[in-house]
Write a protein that binds this ligand. Structure first.
Ligand SMILES: *[C@@H]1O[C@H](CO)[C@@H](O)[C@H](O)[C@H]1NC(C)=O
Length: 368
């Protein structure tokens, strides 16, 4: 954590003041959700995340480094093997990924395990495979499957659609080549939290087709399942400032200001042009809620866990309803009442319950 001392001291003072001002705990939140959320809200400001959309690329990279230094690492459960590898992208880049293998017995028996491709969160700008190490390990152990956690390229240097393209490339690789690392290419799922859930949705929708077969009900996704935790799914909802976006705009970790800034940098790069943000934001690969009905219908069984007190609640609920209305089967909402955005990777009791539930969902839908 290379921070100047002056910064540390003023950060500590402002943090204390923030906590004193906000000392009344909202009755709908658990303490374990409320206090970290208020601290992170403060850190967004202290590290520069709230003004991401007014910075140039170098300054955003500096913000990325500050946030990475402050991101806690969860307690890691043991897995049999952790391998760093790369997967080729369509444009000649080697996408780094971390492969978690949970079971030496299965490996010794040459038994193929299911594969979950995991896409980390962080608003398409922050985060890394390392930042979700604890969740990736827990999913590997609890699914008795491989987890391939992807360091997809991110904004500001690689705005939309590169992060989606990298996600698609890794999933397509797994569907073809999983056997080369001990995985079962017929049992590949995608999972992700926050922006990673948005990318997971875009990846699953990208694999849909051909349209006539989907509409005739004669097509199944090559993915056995998707788990999309608290995903942003519509740029229009973030831009509109209504419903859950208005209700939780200034509280509980994912501030509306932060979400809007992240969307802008994702959609149009550093110092984003508002016109371009608006146009790109309507692309369904950026805003999966805008996907045509036939693509929604082609989703694999999809679990959508989310927090009741998060700005994204409305778009997540509307996405599930829109998908179900097209005839997509197995789309399931799971609402966590007393927690906030980001709970999945927090190590809190809700997180442990959710990881276990998600692993059960993956196991059930990806059984041999
Ligand atoms: C590991 O793989 C073996 C062989 O398939 C299986 O019997 C065992 O249940 C697996 N272990 C766990 C913890 O799932």
């Amino acid at each position: 954590m290379a921070m100047p001392l002056g910064f540390k001291i003023s950060a500590a003072v402002i943090l204390l003041l923030t906590l004193l001002v906000n000392i009344r705990k909202p009755s709908d939140l658990a303490v374990g959700a409320w206090i970290p959320a208020e601290i992170v809200s403060f850190l967004w400001w202290a590290t520069g995340v709230t003004k991401l959309d007014s910075l140039d690329a170098d300054a955003i990279v500096a913000v990325q480094q500050r946030v990475a230094a402050l991101t806690p690492r969860g307690a890691a459960v043991h897995v049999d093997a952790v391998t760093h590898m790369t997967v080729p992208s369509g444009d000649g880049y080697d996408i780094p990924a971390v492969l978690y293998h949970p079971n030496s017995t299965a490996r010794a028996l040459n038994e193929q395990l299911m594969v979950t491709v995991y896409l980390h969160g962080g608003g398409w700008v922050l985060g890394s495979a390392a930042s979700v190490d604890a969740v990736a390990r827990a999913l590997a152990v609890q699914t008795n499957g491989l987890v391939l956690s992807v360091d997809y390229r991110m904004a500001p240097r690689h705005p939309f659609p590169t992060p989606v393209d990298d996600g698609v490339a890794v999933v397509r690789w797994a569907l073809k080549h999983a056997a080369s690392v001990g995985g079962d290419p017929r049992r590949v799922a995608v999972a992700g939290d926050s922006a990673g859930g948005n990318l997971g949705a875009a990846v699953a929708l990208s694999l849909a087709g051909p349209r006539l077969l989907v509409e005739a009900g004669a097509w199944r996704s090559p993915l056995c399942a998707a788990v999309l935790v608290s995903p942003p799914l519509s740029h229009a909802y973030a831009a509109r400032n209504a419903g859950s976006h208005a209700r939780y705009a200034h509280r509980y970790l994912l501030l509306r200001r932060v979400m809007v800034a992240m969307w802008s940098v994702y959609l149009a790069g550093p110092r984003p042009d508002p016109e371009r943000v608006a146009v790109t934001g309507r692309d369904w690969r950026a805003s999966p809620l805008e996907a045509p009905a036939w693509r929604l219908r082609a989703l694999p069984p999809t679990l959508l866990p989310y927090a009741a007190a998060e700005i994204l609640a409305d778009e997540i609920e509307d996405f599930a309803a829109a998908a179900a209305a097209t005839g997509a089967r197995g789309v399931a909402l799971r609402r966590y009442e007393r927690t906030v955005h980001g709970f999945f990777t927090s190590g809190a009791p809700e997180a442990r319950e959710c990881v276990t539930f998600a692993a059960g969902f993956l196991r059930d839908h990806c059984a041999r």
